[in-house]
Design a protein around this ligand. Structure first.
Ligand code: OGA
Ligand code: MN
Length: 288
């Protein structure tokens, strides 16, 4: 069956048919997936009954895996999944839903702010590959914003102003926005800010896009309040409805996005219902 894509978002995002991700992909399939990512930035594959090994095999076939070590508040002995996965669920090691005030859950609520994965790492993420194993009865959508279209829609003066700006990114900045200040000394050291360009050029398409995230808490050389107000204005611009695709999950959906030219955010869902989402992530390239 030939691989087909059908655009579903306003200016990006497509559904892919004709590919079974439980089986090894041919090199033509791998090429088609990368080409689809270059064109649409978000790809949706429905009805993929993958286990962890199959998700890893599919992901490794596309590039080098990022390991999720020390990026959440789970201690190493609290990991539910191997470090080849980012555990995006609300579940503890024994598959119990976190209590409402569990600090690991509160930290993870940071995913409800617009962000790009691992922008707080010197080498941030390329693709994120998120698979739905269990979903809540309502809510829990994931929204995606097209940062290339948002860049293209800026006026020339703003484009010139931001061209060479460098931001500082840290998970501390994103959590501060939600009133979460409860970090240990060890966590503060671990979440030390890193620098990222505000405008980045996509290596395969040569197109520019905004590189924003709620993790961005400063611009080098700018006073902090002015930088934060400016970044907030840019984020508001970039996340207008005409740039956003909202994904309503079904169990078995696999959604893959290019963090270099999109932002995303989780939407709320009932606190006591399990939501088991497992993310594999490909390593990207440093922006500086
Ligand atoms: C992620 C993420 C959003 C969601 O997997 O990186 O931010 O809806 N997920 O779970
Ligand atoms: Mn994310």
């Amino acid at each position: 069956m030939p691989v087909t894509t059908r655009q579903i978002g306003p200016c990006f995002a497509a559904e892919v048919d004709g590919i079974d991700l439980t089986r090894p992909l041919s090199s033509a399939d791998v090429k088609a997936v990368h080409a689809g990512m270059d064109e649409y930035a978000v790809l949706v594959f429905h009805d993929q009954k993958l286990d962890d090994e199959q998700q890893l095999a599919f992901s490794r076939g596309l590039g080098e895996l990022e390991h999720a070590v020390g990026t959440s508040l789970r201690a190493p002995d609290e990991y539910r999944l191997p470090t080849t996965f980012a555990d995006v669920s609300n579940l503890d090691k024994d598959n119990n839903v976190f209590a409402r005030d569990d600090r690991r859950r509160l930290f993870a609520i940071g995913n409800r702010l617009w962000h790009s994965d691992s922008s707080f790492k010197v080498v941030p993420a390329k693709y994120s590959i998120l698979h739905a194993r269990a979903i809540p009865s309502k809510g829990g959508n994931t929204e995606f914003a097209d940062m290339r279209a948002a860049y293209d829609a800026l006026d020339a003066e703003t484009r010139a102003e931001i061209e060479d700006l460098i931001c500082e990114h840290s998970q501390i900045f994103s959590r501060q926005q939600l009133g979460f200040f409860d970090f240990t000394e060890e966590e503060r050291a671990r979440f030390k800010p890193v620098r990222q360009r505000l405008v980045r050029t996509h290596p395969s398409t040569g197109r520019k896009s905004l590189y924003l995230a709620s993790h961005a808490g400063g611009i080098i050389g700018w006073p902090v309040p002015e930088a934060r107000a400016f970044l907030r204005d840019l984020t508001e611009h970039a996340t207008q409805r005409q740039f956003v695709y909202a994904h309503t999950w079904r169990v078995g959906d696999l959604v893959m996005w290019d963090n270099r030219r999109t932002m995303h955010r989780a939407r709320p869902f009932p606190v006591h219902e399990p939501r088991d989402m497992r993310r594999t992530t490909l390593v990207g390239e440093a922006t500086i």
